[in-house]
Design a protein around this ligand. Structure first.
Ligand code: SAM
Length: 330
């Protein structure tokens, strides 16, 4: 039986651009770290010589994965796992590892999950396999910790008054999604192009889902399991993600200390080939059909060498990981 695969509301971002990067590698296994509605996986599996191993932390996508299983049989495997655990995958012929970060439209428009400021009721924001929800963050974190989360993960100018108001109000009532939106709107009086809650919600989603730690560990583990000649491709949606991915590829794609006085063994190796330094962004026609794709950036690199230790990469972003590791009683 052939299962009909309906990708529901989700529109895969930068799909043609991604295919043009990975199609020269067709004939092997591709890892889709962020299966979502299966848009990328479906396209890759259209070529009969490809297999896909797909991961997603959201158990709600299992029903979509089941349809892929019926249709593509042994060519498709799905794991309800976080991509930081990608190193548990044992597979020889990996051609490319793909990350399409953030949330699918199916997740954002499911208002019960509380990922959107249009939701009502209990604050949640969990994508899946989380240790705590947003409700615990808003009702338990100290004002100083909330301030840091809003400032560093949301770049929110009003981080201080918003965190102060949350701590005052929670003494009297449970703060639900609509109350948080109201607090933000009362403090941010000036009109701006974006919804006033965008930055605070982004910050809380990053914190609740440990997105920085996931991305850093996911990229390192992807490199570790990828054979030489394989490609890592990442689509980001906000500047923190993009800064991390850009550093990861750029730092290890340049030969440093290339002084002619240094012995050859002291030269720092080039671990990636970065053919395109600038990110690929959606075309005008994609923006027209799918406006939320406007912040998407695609970066990719080809692995050249084994043995990179990524110390500099990890250290460079420790200040963000420290915020993600803030405790409820801090
Ligand atoms: C933007 S959607 C991917 C859409 C997909 N490329 C498509 O074409 O349908 C991102 C997906 O990644 C998942 N995700 C986000 N962070 C994850 C993580 N750390 N580990 C595994 N899955 C993750 C989300 O649950 C969501 O389903």
């Amino acid at each position: 039986m052939n299962a009909t695969i309906n990708l529901e509301k989700h529109f895969p971002v930068l799909l043609n651009e991604l295919v043009s990067i990975i199609s020269p590698l067709y004939g092997g296994t591709f890892i889709d770290c962020t299966f979502g509605a299966g848009g990328y996986t479906k396209k890759i599996l259209e070529n009969n010589s490809n297999n896909v191993i797909a991961l997603d932390r959201d158990s709600a996508v299992r029903s979509i994965a089941a349809k892929f299983q019926t249709k593509y049989k042994k060519r498709f495997k799905f794991y309800n796992r976080k991509f930081s655990d990608i190193d548990k995958i044992q597979e020889d012929n990996i051609k490319a590892i793909i990350f399409d970060l953030g949330y699918s439209l199916n997740q954002i428009s499911d208002l019960d999950r509380g990922l959107s400021f249009k939701s009502k009721g209990k604050l949640d924001m969990r994508m899946g396999l989380n240790d705590f929800s947003c409700d615990q963050v808003i009702s338990k974190m100290s004002q100083q910790s909330l301030f840091k989360i809003f400032k560093y993960f949301g770049d929110e100018k009003y981080a201080k008054p918003i965190s102060k108001k949350i701590v005052q109000l929670r003494e009297y009532e449970k703060i639900k999604t609509e109350n948080l939106v109201q607090i933000i709107e009362n403090i941010k009086k000036k009109k701006s192009g974006k919804n006033k809650s965008t930055k605070i919600f982004q910050a809380l989603r990053i914190f609740v889902n440990k997105e920085i730690t996931e991305l850093i560990q996911g990229l390192i583990n992807a490199y570790n399991i990828l054979p030489i000649g394989g490609v890592i491709a990442v689509v980001t949606f906000h500047s923190i993600e993009d800064k991390i991915v850009k550093f990861f590829f750029k730092e290890y794609s340049e030969i440093k200390n290339s002084s002619r006085y240094l012995p050859k063994s002291d030269l720092v190796k080039k671990y990636f080939d970065l053919t395109k330094k600038k990110p690929i962004t959606p075309s005008f026609s994609e923006l027209k059909i799918n406006p939320p794709s406007r912040s998407a950036k695609l970066r990719f690199a080809l692995k050249l060498e084994n043995g990179c230790d990524f110390k500099k990469f990890v250290n460079n972003f420790n200040y963000l990981k420290d915020i993600e590791n803030l405790k409820f009683d801090a």
